[in-house]
Design a protein around this ligand. Structure first.
Ligand code: ZN
Ligand code: ZN
Length: 372
């Protein structure tokens, strides 16, 4: 893929909208038409559009992490278009390439290896020669709603993104405020919230699941991006409907998808194998620990490294044993055999989790001692 030709439409639009937003905000505040309803409308529009990008464009259309009722799809396609980041079809194609070729400076459209600024917004200034291959999004070509959005994308985007907030704000006689704040300012915020996923989420934070790519987990990025900041997990488990897997993780996109499943509007929510998640965490915890002590020279430090490495090896062995049992269960014939294997699986799972917890505790204790 070549990225040598400038895209002047994107350059003008992506730079012009923030300027209009700032000038518009100053004008609105000075004009005396200050109205709290317009601010609430802007916040609601921002939320609707951003969730349509994160839950819709990203986790539904790009990754198929769950299934959604047509009404939900229509909502995501209408408000996703108002995010003016391209059609669901093209957005998904770029994103699937980002996952497949992550960090490759030629094939990953927003590779962080071309710099923070490139990954954030610069790649959009050079997209002139990007080619689209229908085969990469063949599943989406079968979706009539996605194709409808593709056909009428700009008309939908400008109607929902600008005319709708303007009309709604007419109720309290502030159509200009609706246009400037609910349209332009809201769009600027939507742009950079999404762009942070490609820049900040590949720069700031910890690699809790893998260090084979640049993605990172970080609470600040999660707050700025409606939960997409647990990006290291996401790149390891892209078809999981969650990005933040713990109940305390800030992931409003996950909460929305889960909440909608309770009223039947989303189904088939995919979750990755819990044991595999634990194994990957154990490996990375150990790697990060060894990195901290890579210049170890005291006998005590060497002893600590030996214990942690041994425990981490145990986690990996217990994971292999567990997997073997799970496979045996699939091919076992009699119900008696099944119940015996089920009991063995439960026992092996208990041991596996206990070893993992022990590893975590020991690493935590050693790190505390070392810090003193
Ligand atoms: Zn990424
Ligand atoms: Zn993704």
């Amino acid at each position: 893929m070549s990225n040598t030709k400038l895209n002047y439409t994107n350059i003008i639009f992506l730079n012009g909208i923030p300027l209009i937003s700032i000038a518009g905000l100053i004008y609105w505040l000075k004009s005396g038409s200050y109205n709290l309803n317009t601010i609430i409308l802007t916040a609601v529009m921002f939320t609707f559009v951003q969730l349509s990008i994160t839950a819709g464009y990203h986790r539904l259309f790009s990754h198929k992490a769950y299934e959604a009722h047509s009404l939900i799809k229509i909502f995501f396609l209408l408000f996703g278009a108002a995010g003016l980041q391209g059609t669901a079809l093209k957005w998904s194609q770029d994103h699937r390439r980002h996952h497949r070729f992550i960090d490759d400076i030629d094939k990953d459209p927003y590779s962080i290896n071309k710099g923070f600024w490139w990954a954030h917004i610069g790649w959009l200034f050079y997209e002139g020669k990007r080619t689209y291959n229908p085969e990469e999004v063949a599943d989406l070509y079968k979706d009539k709603l996605v194709l409808f959005q593709f056909k009428y994308y700009l008309r939908i985007g400008f109607t929902v993104g600008f005319i709708l907030p303007m009309l709604v704000a007419c109720i309290w006689h502030d159509p200009i405020g609706g246009l400037l704040l609910g349209g332009a300012l809201r769009l600027t915020l939507n742009y950079h919230s999404t762009f942070f996923i490609n820049s900040l989420a590949h720069t700031l934070g910890k690699q809790n699941f893998s260090d084979s790519h640049s993605s990172r987990d970080n609470l600040i990025t999660a707050i700025l991006t409606f939960g997409e900041g647990y990006h290291n997990f996401h790149h390891e488990f892209p078809s999981d409907y969650r990005n933040g897997i713990h109940f305390y993780d800030f992931d409003p996109t996950k909460w929305l998808i889960y909440g909608l499943s309770k009223i039947g509007l989303t189904t088939d929510l995919k979750e990755s194998d819990r044991d595999l998640i634990i194994k990957k965490q154990a490996i990375m915890m150990t790697k990060n620990f060894r990195n901290i002590f890579k210049t170890a020279n005291s006998a005590r430090e060497h002893f600590m490294i030996r214990i942690v490495t041994k425990l981490s090896g145990n986690v990996e062995n217990q994971f292999s044993k567990l997997n073997k049992l799970k496979k045996e269960k699939v091919v076992s014939l009699s119900s008696n055999e099944q119940s015996i294997i089920s009991k063995e699986i439960k026992k092996a799972q208990r041991e596996f989790k206990l070893t993992y917890k022990l590893l975590g505790k020991i690493i935590g204790r050693f790190e505390q001692q070392f810090a003193r």
